[in-house]
Design a protein around this ligand. Sequence first.
Ligand code: DGY
Length: 324
Amino acid sequence: MAGKPKILITRRWPERVEARLAEDYRLTVNRADRPLDRAALAAALRDFDAVLPTVTDPMPAEIFDQPRLRARILANYGVGHSHIDIAAARARGIVVTNTPDVLSECTADLAMTLLLMAARRAGEGERELRAGRWAGWRPTHMIGTRVSGKTLGIIGFGRIGQAMAARARHGFGMRILVHNRSPVPAAILARHDAAEVARLEDLLPECDFVSLHCPGGGANRHLIDAGRLGLMKPSAFLVNTARGEVVHERALAQALQSGAIAGAGLDVYEDEPRVAAELLAAPNAVLLPHLGSATRETREAMGWRVAENLAAFFAGRPPRDRVA
Ligand code: DGY
């Protein structure tokens, strides 16, 4: 390849990381910081050696169906990669990497934030106060649900699920139940006094809180649907910091409205950035705008991890976080 590789950042990144990438590569940044459309992403695959997408860049199979592609690596900024058709990328010989580990703690912090906010009605309380509707302290005011000592079901026990378990078990004395697609090593379960439950149908009725930490994509689409929401206790809460498509959003809105479950804390949605009107209208839903990894430290660390993957790739070494 003549000269430095040509790379594209599809959104604005932390300044320090952008500056470093500009030294090492011929860098183009989407300075408008609005999602690129399908045509622009397709053109990026023709024009750049590396494309550095985010969750806001859907890359379905069709986008790879072009006679000549220049891109040799998609170095994704984020751990989740269900927005990229990995099989189609692989079929065109394109390497895909992600950014695991560095966002686990902050994402688990946000899941715990949502759990606490939903249980303790923090969003409702803040809205009441700011609207000038708070009539003062009284014994029956805005009664929530105790968190400490309750049972938390964690679906998906990878790095983020384990970080959530650490907080819940060791910070809040919660009992931890786990459901994972492959068996979890006994030593990892023991670290959190966690018990594994093979069938989701057996886990859901046991839990006071259920937190989702599994990957998105086809296999887990609508994993939590009307039937499974119906297995949860009416007093239970659902937390989703994984991917929107894991939950059937309309069924969830219905469950919140009918009282089939007590509440939900959501950071991700089926059709981001659009949020279903039924959810916006549900007072027992705490809704955040996909903030899981949004701390200064983590967003920089994600950038450095992409830089590390790119450096390895262009030096002819296997990138550390190769997913395809
Ligand atoms: C992640 O890293 O998966 C975040 O959700 C942003 O994509």
